[in-house]
Design a protein around this ligand. Sequence first.
Ligand SMILES: NC(=O)c1ccc[n+]([C@@H]2O[C@H](COP(=O)([O-])OP(=O)(O)OC[C@H]3O[C@@H](n4cnc5c(N)ncnc54)[C@H](O)[C@@H]3O)[C@@H](O)[C@H]2O)c1
Length: 249
Amino acid sequence: MNKLDDRVAVVTGAASGIGKGIAVAFAREGAKIVVADRSDASAAADVIAMIEEIGSEVLFVRTDVSDEASVEAMAAAALERFGRVDILVNNAGIFTESLLENMPVEDWDRVVGVNLRGVFLCSRALVGQMLERGDGRIINIASQLGQIGGTSVAHYVASKAGVIGLTKALAREVSHRGVLVNAIAPGPIETPLLDSETEEWRAAKLAELPIRRFGTVDEVTPTAVLLASADGSYYVGQTLGPNGGDVML
Ligand SMILES: NC(=O)c1ccc[n+]([C@@H]2O[C@H](COP(=O)([O-])OP(=O)(O)OC[C@H]3O[C@@H](n4cnc5c(N)ncnc54)[C@H](O)[C@@H]3O)[C@@H](O)[C@H]2O)c1
């Protein structure tokens, strides 16, 4: 008996990093997985192979979460293949850096478009069929920066604070109808997203982190399994923080 036997989960941005880890962890718990990523199937080959090796079913749908038609097509493909989606993990996200005074409008729009609009579009596309069954989980990957802010990342911080607000708003709309919505706000986690960071940034961040090290994907995935499974049945509108102490609420 696994924690997610026969559940169907859509994980956006599952070709890499945290999303890949969550997709594999869910498959290990018995879930069937829809990998929805902007990258092509070759970039997702690794996660697809890992899920198949576990013996679970997997569907890859190339998706741009910021694009309404692409998201609607992904939802339709997932429902056609599996008949329902029980769990949605809104994980796809991007990160760029510049001071607000120099920030190109296109950068603002792109980051907010993927990180926040994408969560809205995917949630809207899949929450209806969860409500029809009175059963579902939506897990939004925010960031600790959405809680504490950060320099040169105003768009990212605003998008992630927006994700936390959206999580609370949707949780109030749907929890009593059987759909639980929560967020995870990780601290700095070793994934390709951090590759663009300078050594100076890494050293400064490590010095201020109470735990003095960056986290691993495997230190985030158990929180996602908790929120997706029966163990998480009393979490509503929460933002859980595997963050090494970067935020203490
Ligand atoms: N790594 C960290 O330190 C950290 C910390 C806090 C929060 N996060 C959040 O975790 C999530 C995953 O980040 P990660 O570190 O694994 O990054 P990553 O770059 O390793 O993976 C992101 C994935 O999202 C996909 N993606 C990007 N834009 C997309 C789009 N428009 N549509 C569909 N897929 C898209 C990418 O192709 C990639 O596979 C993001 O939301 C990120 O903001 C990361």
